[in-house]
Ligand binder design. Structure first.
Ligand SMILES: NC(=O)c1ccc[n+]([C@@H]2O[C@H](COP(=O)([O-])OP(=O)(O)OC[C@H]3O[C@@H](n4cnc5c(N)ncnc54)[C@H](O)[C@@H]3O)[C@@H](O)[C@H]2O)c1
Ligand SMILES: [Zn+2]
Ligand SMILES: [Zn+2]
Length: 276
């Protein structure tokens, strides 16, 4: 069995790489095998703005927590009950762990799955108060309910028609890794704020999620996308792909700066991509 290493939270401002157990297809809490799960060799993973909340000591995360909920990997072992996901598939792992069987999952509300966190609805890998699942900023990680959770990017079997080859996927793997959290989170923000053709939009925060939200707003047909931040490099990046920008560190208010762009201090939709 190969060794495994992961990024552990060790207290405010401190993380370290530790040797950790190689994952097993088992559910520790329920003390049973996890035949619907897979073990992934991690190909690519991101640091999320949400990890910073733990690492900067804003949460009750405990020492030793293995971080990482934005995972792309190759299936190296599939449990007996996996029908669609096979050994050798390259997959994206949505950060929300969901069973696909409970009432909330059936309504598409996988962020509040009722089965995967005994303490409350909703779970994620490597996150405080999210069910105790081991994170994927590691070499290997276990994913439960694999058929439901995983998005197949490239398939091991030729029977899986219509998917790109592994080589094509690996060429784009850093972009594809945005699919586990950053891009859908930003897109979901724009979508739920009601952005549609012709909308004017204000997005607070030009971090990865804010910029994904801006891209999402453009895909939804927004006429003007305005991104606000105090970080000048991030604002420059937003400008590069066609956003208007508001520098919130300036003495002029956000409303005044929006008025200079749109002629009125208001927008059709606004999205908070700052958080804390
Ligand atoms: N599904 C989810 O619920 C989900 C997923 C991913 C991230 N998040 C949250 O989304 C937020 C953004 O994530 P990120 O990775 O882009 O984080 P980030 O920390 O990289 O970016 C946040 C940005 O907000 C800017 N900012 C701070 N105060 C501001 C203000 N008053 N107005 C405008 N901008 C301001 C910061 O300068 C920074 O550039 C985080 O709080 C994160 O926890 C939620
Ligand atoms: Zn995240
Ligand atoms: Zn569920």
């Amino acid at each position: 069995m190969p060794s495994n290493r992961g990024v552990a939270y060790m207290g405010p401002g401190k993380v370290e790489i530790q040797s950790i157990d190689f994952p097993k297809l088992e559910l520790k809490e329920q003390k049973r095998k996890c035949e619907h799960g897979v073990i992934l060799k991690v190909v690519c993973t991101n640091i999320c703005g949400s990890d910073q909340h733990m690492v900067r000591g804003r949460t009750t995360a405990e020492k030793g927590l293995i971080l990482g909920h934005e995972i792309t990997g190759e299936v190296i072992e599939a449990g007996r009950d996996c029908e669609y996901i096979k050994k050798g598939d390259i997959v994206s792992v949505p950060f929300n762990i969901a069973c696909g069987r409970c009432r909330n999952c059936k309504e598409g509300k996988t962020g509040i799955c009722l089965s995967v966190n005994p303490a409350r609805p909703g779970a994620a890998y490597g996150y405080v108060d999210m069910g105790g699942w081991v994170g994927g900023q590691a070499e290997y990680v276990m994913v439960p309910y694999a058929d439901f959770n995983l998005l197949k990017l490239a398939a091991s079997s030729k029977a899986d028609k219509g998917l790109p080859s592994k080589d094509v996927v690996m060429e784009k793997i850093k972009d594809l890794t945005l699919l586990s959290d950053i891009f859908p989170t930003g897109f979901h923000g724009a979508y739920t704020a009601g952005v549609g053709p012709g909308s004017t939009v204000y997005i607070a925060g030009a971090g990865p999620v804010g910029l994904a939200c801006a891209t999402g707003a453009m895909l939804l047909g927004a006429a003007v996308v305005i991104v606000g931040d105090l970080n000048k490099e991030r604002l420059a990046q937003a400008k590069k792909f066609g956003c208007e920008v508001v520098d919130v560190s300036k003495s002029a208010s956000v409303g005044d700066q929006i008025e200079q762009i749109l002629g009125a201090p208001e927008v059709d939709a606004a999205v908070d991509c700052v958080g804390f």
